[in-house]
Design a protein around this ligand. Structure first.
Ligand code: DC
Length: 224
């Protein structure tokens, strides 16, 4: 059976990674968390005092950054220069800086190149902001996820609490609003729905309902 690419885009914290991971598992495909890559770059800049507004500093930092993914105990883990940074990249300080860093074209070029090479053999579910528009414009299935911002804030709050990360509800709400604004209005590859993407609003959907809907679409595409 031929393998497809599933591209999932949408606003911050609207369940893209939950859906992408569940689809990858059912389809026996690889999962590509593109946001984790931008977060890893941001963490590197923070830890190494790289001023993202200085193009030369960004270029030379990018040459020293290597990102890969590994599955550890069933979890998808992000590695930055050989170190597991899966937890560190979810920190609020990274969340606050990642959108401005993601507006830099040199950063995007480096990440997109790597993402495209990961999808060369298809059989991949990728989530992010520009997957259906820029990274895999020829993806067989494109989904644009959306949900009410208060619902997204509460879900994120619970998710962070479950990981033992203490964060304030208003702070998360503000962070989501800001990231949506910056991600949708940047010049290079802004977040927008690809014309051929299917919109799923999951405000009132359970994870199972959302998955069933998306898998229905995937199976249609796979059987051609
Ligand atoms: O999916 P996430 O919340 O982990 O993504 C973090 C940030 O990375 C997001 O606010 C914008 C940026 N991002 C991007 O610009 N392009 C992508 N394909 C994925 C994420």
């Amino acid at each position: 059976m031929s393998k497809i690419i599933v591209a999932i885009d949408g606003y911050s914290s609207c369940g893209k990674s939950t859906l992408a991971k569940a689809m990858a598992k059912q389809l026996h495909y690889a999962y590509l968390d593109s946001g984790a890559m931008y977060r890893a770059v941001t963490l590197y800049f923070m830890n190494n005092g790289v001023d993202y507004q200085v193009p030369e500093a960004v270029e030379s930092a990018l040459a020293n950054i290597s990102i890969h993914f590994e599955r550890i105990n069933g979890e998808n883990c992000t590695f930055l220069n050989g170190e597991n940074v899966e937890r560190a990249i979810r920190d609020m300080r990274v969340s606050d800086l990642v959108s401005p860093v993601s507006t830099i074209s040199a950063v995007r070029r480096a990440m997109v190149r790597q993402q495209q090479s990961m999808g060369r053999r298809r059989g991949i579910v990728a989530d992010g902001r520009d997957i259906g528009t820029v990274v895999f414009p020829d993806a067989e299935l494109k989904i644009f996820l959306t949900a009410d911002i208060d619902v997204r804030t509460s879900r994120r709050h619970l998710e962070l609490a479950a990981k033992g990360i203490d964060a304030n509800w208003d702070e998360i709400h503000h962070n989501l609003q800001e990231r949506d604004r910056i991600d949708s209005t940047r010049d290079d590859s802004p977040l927008r729905r690809a014309e051929d993407a299917v919109i799923i609003d999951n405000t009132l959907l359970s994870e199972q309902q959302q998955l069933a809907k998306a898998m229905g679409l995937a199976n249609e595409r796979i059987s051609g």
